[in-house]
Design a protein. Structure first.
Length: 94
């Protein structure tokens, strides 16, 4: 799914350097994966956090993120980021 922003200031999120976040044990759940929740989830994944769950009631949104990942586009600097995320419907939560 796609999120857009006029100003991101997102840089490379540590992907290019050796300062990548090392949070392999932490797990983050974002309940409400609309525009803001999706952007937050993508940025956490880009920053190196592997266990990010995006939870939304919109089944089409979940299916889109499962198939294509979550994409955010910063129109100000032309940056596009796509990350594979764990998209979940509330009914699928354990």
């Amino acid at each position: 799914m796609l999120g857009r922003s006029n100003h991101c200031g997102i840089g490379d999120g540590g992907r290019g350097g050796g300062d990548k976040m090392r949070a392999t044990e932490a797990r983050i759940a974002i309940y409400g994966a609309g525009a803001m929740g999706t952007v937050l989830g993508v940025m956490l994944k880009k920053g190196g956090l592997d266990n990010v769950d995006l939870i939304t009631r919109n089944e089409a949104h979940v299916n889109g993120m499962r198939e294509q990942g979550a994409t955010i586009v910063c129109e100000a600097d032309g940056v596009e980021i796509n990350e594979k995320v764990n998209a979940i419907l509330p009914a699928d939560m354990q």
